[in-house]
Structure formats: structure tokens, C-alpha cells
Design a protein around this ligand. Structure first.
Ligand SMILES: [Zn+2]
Length: 188
């Protein structure tokens, strides 16, 4: 079945299926892990009119308020941001690791389009410097998320229970990253 738009499917441990249209015009279906493809197809078909309306609305917005064309970031400015990020993440990691009673290895600051942070099996941590452009709660969440992997190397209920015990409002920060994370690539 052809749709007048393409969509991505993100499978997760959620129980229900949901549809999202992002301001940059992506259509995302979030679905439970073993959700059959035919169900997703039917779900999208049912919501086709809504999706088209959202796409038209965002397209109009983009035309009326085009994103400013940013000059490429200079190496000097990037180095400065990375150095600020290293200070911030070093401090926050030490702070939360003490609260959570976990150890960690080295901290590296990266710029990877696809991830905000990571934690290796040896406890080495990577953080994306662009997070320093996000609200503070978001940085805290990424730090606590990666440190929680020192106890649970997965995204299980037990894992999120650890995150929640440190940051009861972590869902808001996580949502912010999902909804606005892309803006961190266009703000400097
Ligand atoms: Zn994780």
C-alpha cells in the first residue's frame, strides 16, 4: 500500500502505537516490539488525513519562518565549545556518580550526529558537546542515563527505575531530546 508520504518505524518496549510528525517533516510511527507490519500499515492508513494536514501545516511554517542559514562553525569555536562541554560533563559526572555510587572510566567529548552519549562496558563515557546548548535538565538526564548503564547495560524497567530514583522528572528531559534534539544542530 502506497502512502503519499514515507514514514519511519521505531520499535520499543511501549505497549501502544503512536504517530508523530516532526516540524522538519518526518513521519514517525512508534510501535511495540513485535507489532506486525500489517497492523502498522493499517494504523498509518487510518491516520493518513491527519498526517497530511500536519505535514502541510509544518511546511507552511517552514516557508513563513525559514531556518536562518548559519555559517559553518569554525574549528576555533568548536574547540571552545568542546572545552566548555568537557568541564561541564566532568563536573556533572563526578557529582552524579557519587550520588549513584558508581565508578566510571575516561570521559570523551564527541560530536556524533546519531548519539548524545554512550557508556562502554569498561565504563568509558562519551558525551556530545552539542548538549551544552540544551536546557540543563537535559544534560543531567544524559549523564544520569549513561551512569545508570554502570548498573544495567540495557534499557530495561530496572534501568529506568535507577534513572528515576535520581531524576524523578527524567521523562521530560527525554521528551525534550526527542522533540527538540535536532535543534541543537542548527543553533550554532
Ligand atoms: Zn542508554
Amino acid at each position: 500500500m502506497d502512502h503519499p508520504f514515507t514514514y519511519e518505524i521505531i520499535y520499543s518496549t511501549r505497549r501502544t502505537t503512536a504517530l508523530q510528525v516532526t516540524p522538519d517533516g518526518r513521519v514517525i510511527v512508534r510501535a511495540p516490539k513485535r507489532c506486525p507490519r500489517s497492523f502498522i500499515e493499517a494504523f498509518v492508513r487510518q491516520k493518513e488525513d491527519w498526517v497530511l494536514r500536519q505535514l502541510a501545516r509544518f511546511e507552511k511554517q517552514r516557508k513563513e519562518h525559514p531556518a536562518p542559514e548559519l555559517p559553518p562553525l569554525s574549528d576555533k569555536d568548536r574547540a571552545r565549545y568542546i572545552s566548555i562541554a568537557r568541564d561541564i560533563f566532568t563536573r556533572k559526572t563526578a557529582y552524579y556518580a557519587r550520588i549513584m555510587g558508581v565508578s566510571y572510566g575516561r570521559i570523551a567529548i564527541r560530536e556524533q550526529k546519531t548519539r548524545w552519549g554512550s557508556c562502554s562496558s569498561k565504563g568509558n563515557l562519551n558525551f556530545n558537546w552539542r548538549l551544552i546548548l540544551a536546557p540543563e535538565e537535559v544534560l543531567d538526564y544524559v549523564v544520569v542515563h549513561e551512569l545508570a548503564h554502570r548498573r544495567e547495560m540495557n534499557h530495561s524497567k530496572a534501568f529506568y527505575a535507577i534513572v528515576e530514583s535520581v531524576l524523578p522528572d527524567y521523562r521530560q528531559a527525554r521528551r525534550w531530546l526527542r522533540e527538540h534534539g535536532d535543534s541543537l544542530w542548527t543553533s550554532v
